[in-house]
Design a binder for this molecule. Structure first.
Ligand code: SAM
Ligand code: SF4
Length: 465
């Protein structure tokens, strides 16, 4: 059985050794990152310890080039769906914590979940991230699995349906991961929050989440249970961001060594204010915008083929800046209170997990990113064609997945524009698609894509290759 493999002293030593790097050292590592083979923890530490603004600008530039080479201008969109906010844990940064007696506690019924999903489908969403607090009875695994099945079963007009559900929930045993897999989930996500043991202990004073190593080893158990797309993350602001980035990298490398494949995604949430949550109101190690951009860029360079997820915790302006540095998936039009999509109650904050930095609707976000030249993608092809885990990485690393992703992004975007886009978004979107066809595809491919786009205009749905 896998045991705790994060040693705080080793991380501190790697960071210590990398202090005050020379310009040559930094430039050499930047050059290596551009070969797209990733970086070692020691190399990552050197980039983290770089404080020279000119060199940091070069780190940003390299991350941008890597993002363009691997992900092009695509941004995958999803919506979080909180089904329950009851929780047996007392995480000091979270509004759902058990000591928050003022929170309105809710576990949605299947009927309520059905209604929430209808709202999301009618906005145009195809990908959900379902989450809940950790509660043995009110949000048990059986309840959560029924919630997933309910969400998948909801169909609305215009071919409206959810095509991929990723989940974020408390660590499970291998047998339970096997059961969860059977519901047809995509990625299993779980954030370690902080890799620093002492901080972890302080932040999680009671409840099952107290156990650092049980949480750390969850990805390994998920893989053993057959879930080969897993997503990790750290909650930035709890401890030194440099330590957390190395923690994430060591976690990713250990997983790859033991299971043959590293994480499918890394999430980079930054602490937001939350209702009655002391550590969120006053973050112990706040991460500045400058450092946040730096850490996004360094993660992109360190694990180029791992998707990076950014949520509506961040403001629109900040989101726009970090898209260029390596983010490949974003949430949009989010609510963090269970039931929040159906009604915009003024009391919503009293049931929410944390405050949002970006409260725009999905269509507003899509118009904005389209105008900035990004292609919004709702693609779910890889997971539905079994291109997951190691199979996905084996295609991604030699660049073979690119041609699928580019085309599928266009198909799913076109579908959105036809069925849900406002007039302004439709106009901007169709112009961007035309521009992409002119500049990014060879004639044969262009013809085949145009054929499929025409079919979508004629009413065909769920087109992918
Ligand atoms: N309860 C499960 C857990 O803790 O893993 C499932 C999901 S929890 C609802 C989702 C994530 O929200 C947590 O892992 C944490 O990183 C993040 N979170 C909690 N409080 C936050 C805050 N104040 N600001 C930003 N993210 C927060
Ligand atoms: Fe519960 Fe998760 Fe919030 Fe902790 S972060 S209180 S486990 S919902």
């Amino acid at each position: 059985m896998i045991k705790d493999f994060i040693d705080d002293v080793i991380i501190e030593n790697i960071l210590d050794k990398a202090r005050n790097p020379s310009k040559e050292q930094v430039l050499e590592i930047i050059a290596k990152a551009k070969i797209l083979k990733g970086l070692t923890p020691e190399e990552v530490a050197v980039l983290l310890q770089t404080e020279d603004d000119e060199l940091i600008a070069q780190i940003w530039q390299a991350a941008h080039e890597i993002k363009e080479a691997i992900y092009g201008n695509r941004l995958v969109l999803f919506a979080p769906l909180y089904v329950a906010n009851l929780c047996a844990n007392n995480c000091l940064y979270c509004g759902f914590r058990s000591d928050n007696k003022d929170l309105n506690r809710v576990a949605l019924t299947m009927d309520q979940i059905n209604k929430e999903v209808k709202v999301l489908e009618r906005e145009g969403h195809k990908r959900l991230l379902m989450l809940c607090g950790e509660h043995p009875t009110r949000s048990s695994l059986d309840y959560f699995m029924e919630a997933i099945e309910t969400a998948y079963s909801v169909k609305t007009e215009h071919g409206g349906e959810i095509r991929r559900i990723n989940v974020e929930l408390a660590p499970l045993e291998i047998d339970d991961f096997k059961r969860l897999k059977k519901t047809g989930i995509g990625t299993y996500l779980l954030f370690q929050e902080t890799y620093h043991h002492e901080t972890y202990k302080k932040m999680h004073p009671s409840g099952p989440k107290k156990d650092y190593s049980y949480r750390l080893t969850a990805m390994h158990r998920a893989q053993e249970g057959g879930i080969d797309d897993v997503g990790m993350g750290a909650l930035f602001g709890l401890y030194d961001y440099k330590f957390e980035v190395l923690g994430l990298l060591l976690h990713a490398l250990q997983l790859e060594k033991d299971c043959g494949v590293g994480p499918h995604t890394i999430s980079i949430p930054r602490l937001e204010p939350a209702f009655n949550a002391p550590a969120a109101i006053k973050p112990p190690h706040p991460v500045s915008d400058h450092d946040f951009k730096k850490l996004v860029a360094i993660i992109r360079m360190a694990v180029p083929y791992t998707g990076m997820i950014l949520t509506t915790r961040e403001t629109a302006a900040m989101r726009a800046e970090v898209f260029a540095l390596g983010v490949s998936q974003i949430s949009a039009g989010s609510r963090t209170n269970p039931g929040g999509y159906q009604e915009d109650s003024s009391d919503a904050f009293r049931a929410a997990q944390f405050n949002l930095g970006d409260t725009r609707t999905l269509d507003e976000v899509i118009l904005d990113i389209t105008e900035k030249g990004h292609i919004p993608s709702f693609c779910t092809a890889c997971y539905r064609l079994g291109r997951t885990g190691k199979d996905f990485m084996d295609l991604a690393k030699p660049g073979l997945i690119q041609k699928f992703c580019q085309s599928n992004a266009l198909f799913s975007f076109k579908e959105y524009l036809q069925d849900y886009g406002s007039a302004a978004t439709r106009k901007a979107g169709n112009m961007l698609i035309t521009r992409m066809l002119e500049n990014k595809f060879k004639p044969k491919m262009k013809k085949s894509i145009m054929n499929k786009l025409q079919k979508i205009e004629d009413g065909k749905r769920d087109v992918y290759i």
